[in-house]
Design a protein around this ligand. Structure first.
Ligand code: SF4
Ligand code: SF4
Length: 167
C-alpha cells in the first residue's frame, strides 16, 4: 500500500459525505451497482447519496466501486501523489478539517436548526441558505456569527487544500 492510498484511508471525506453529496452512476454500470447497493434511478441515470453505506474504514466494494469513485482525486491526494506534500503534512490537514467539522457539528447540535439532509455536505448547503435568510432579516445571533465564521474557515481550507468547495 502506498502513501496516497493511506491518505484516503485516513480521510474518507469523499465517502462519508463531507466533501461530496452524491455519486453519479453511468447508465452502463447500473446493473452491476444495483446488485451491490441501494441506488436512485431516473431516466436511465443513477446516483446514490452520501454518506455511502459501503463506507466502513474503507470501501467495502473497492474492486467493484463506481467509476466516479475510482476516478475522483481531490487536490490533497494529487499533492501527495505528485510528492508536493509530505504524508504527515497531509494527515495534519485532514485532522484540521475533522476538528473544524466537529466544531460545526457541536454548534449545530446545541442550536435549533432543522436540517433535513443526511450528509454533512448538503447540511452545510442548507445551513448556509438558512443563515443567509436570517442575515437578510437582521436576526443573526452571536452563535450564528460563530457558525458562519466556522463555515467560511472550513470552506476556505477545503478549497485551498482539497480543491473542493462546500458552496
Ligand atoms: S477527500 Fe481526497 S484524500 Fe480524502 S478520501 Fe477523498 S480522495 Fe482521498
Ligand atoms: S462505493 Fe466505496 S468508494 Fe464509492 S462512495 Fe461508497 S465507500 Fe466510497
Amino acid at each position: 500500500m502506498n502513501d496516497s492510498s493511506n491518505i484516503c484511508l485516513s480521510c474518507g471525506f469523499c465517502c462519508d459525505g463531507t466533501v461530496i453529496g452524491f455519486v453519479k452512476l453511468g447508465r452502463e454500470e447500473l446493473p452491476a451497482i444495483r446488485k451491490l447497493m441501494d441506488i436512485e434511478e431516473e431516466h436511465d441515470n443513477g446516483f446514490f447519496l452520501q454518506p455511502c453505506n459501503n463506507f466502513c474504514d474503507g470501501c467495502n466494494i473497492y474492486s467493484k466501486r463506481p467509476k466516479q469513485c475510482a476516478s475522483f482525486k481531490c487536490g490533497l491526494l494529487k499533492s501527495v501523489e505528485q510528492k508536493e506534500l509530505e504524508f504527515n503534512s497531509a494527515i495534519e490537514i485532514i485532522d484540521e478539517v475533522k476538528q473544524k467539522k466537529s466544531s460545526i457539528e457541536k454548534k449545530l447540535a446545541s442550536q435549533q436548526f432543522e436540517l433535513k439532509s443526511q450528509s454533512f455536505y448538503f447540511k452545510m448547503v442548507e445551513l448556509k441558505k438558512l443563515l443567509q435568510k436570517n442575515k437578510s432579516v437582521s436576526s443573526l445571533t452571536q452563535n450564528h456569527l460563530e457558525l458562519i465564521s466556522d463555515l467560511e474557515q472550513l470552506d476556505s481550507l477545503l478549497s485551498k487544500k482539497f480543491d473542493v468547495s462546500l458552496f
